[in-house]
Design a protein around this ligand. Structure first.
Ligand SMILES: C[S@@+](CC[C@H](N)C(=O)[O-])C[C@H]1O[C@@H](n2cnc3c(N)ncnc32)[C@H](O)[C@@H]1O
Length: 259
């Protein structure tokens, strides 16, 4: 793998850290961060259940790819002993500012989840959590080895990656959509359930894999802060939209345990 590609990945997430446009208020203010949180869990409500923030009070949690700290805030508010790492120095700086503003305890490091010595220096964890990250890195196997080593015996690993068997991937294949809201993402991949089982085999026992989430809103309106379903989704009864999320959802939600 070329360092050139890794540099491009860093540059991409430094130029626009993930979800910074989730609020139109002044970046870094309390109002801005509250709106970022509100929008995240309005659009992706399944993430609360997936992370199970309340379950990790007093436990050590490592997040790989912590972005601007949206899930970090929830882990910390629920009493976890939280450590977040991200390739993007800009994202880490924003997370630190967010934690300082809300007087939350937690650590952030600019670090690559594939760097075995660096990840090992962080110690052992009860949960390793990674939401929408490892599909953006070309060496998933190196990251998984480090995650396995960072977990205590029977420790849990929760990972969200993009699903191949999804509405969104179908549209991307046909040139009707793109992986990220921001264009020119240097690396992104979608996975089948079978590929995930193969990647985790030998190191993790898969507890559950399920699908959820399909972004159904009109993008220009969404950018302006409005929620209007695209007409083809608006025409569906709610049960049909729920079926799309369950069987063709973009998020492959994996819960596994270290073996
Ligand atoms: C789509 S964002 C998701 C951020 C956050 N988890 C969230 O849900 O908002 C992907 C993030 O993963 C980071 N990332 C990608 N590969 C990484 C790696 N190998 N180690 C650490 N961070 C990584 C990127 O810098 C970026 O901030």
């Amino acid at each position: 793998m070329t360092t050139e590609l890794i540099d491009k990945i860093k540059q991409y997430w430094n130029a626009q850290p993930c979800n910074i446009k989730h609020s139109l208020s002044t970046p870094g203010t309390e109002q801005y961060w509250n709106e970022v949180t509100e929008r995240r869990f309005f659009v992706e409500p399944h993430l609360r259940d997936f992370a199970g923030f309340h379950s990790w009070r007093g436990k050590r949690v490592l997040e790989i790819g912590s972005g601007i700290g949206s899930d970090a805030v929830e882990f910390a508010r629920h009493g976890a002993d939280y450590v977040g790492i991200d390739l993007s120095a800009e994202s880490v700086a924003m997370s630190r500012q967010r934690f300082e503003l809300f007087d939350l305890a937690g650590e952030f490091h600019v670090m690559n989840g594939a760097d075995s010595a660096a990840v090992a220096s962080l110690g052992q964890f009860d949960l390793v959590y990674s939401c929408g990250v490892l599909h953006h890195y070309p060496d998933m196997t190196a990251c998984l080895d480090n995650i396995h080593n960072a977990l205590r015996p029977m420790g849990e690993f929760r990972m969200l990656v993009y699903a191949k068997n999804s509405w969104k991937y179908t549209m991307i294949q046909k040139g009707l959509d793109q992986f990220e809201a921001q264009s020119d993402c240097p690396y992104a991949k979608a996975y089948s359930r079978e590929e995930i089982y193969d990647l985790l085999q030998g190191q993790f026992e898969v507890l559950r894999i399920r699908q959820d989430h399909c972004f159904m809103y009109n993008v220009p309106k969404y950018r302006a802060g409005e929620y209007e379903l695209e007409p083809w989704f608006a025409a569906m009864p709610e049960e049909m939209r729920a079926a799309v999320k369950e069987y063709l959802g973009w998020h492959l939600l994996i819960k596994a345990r270290k073996i």
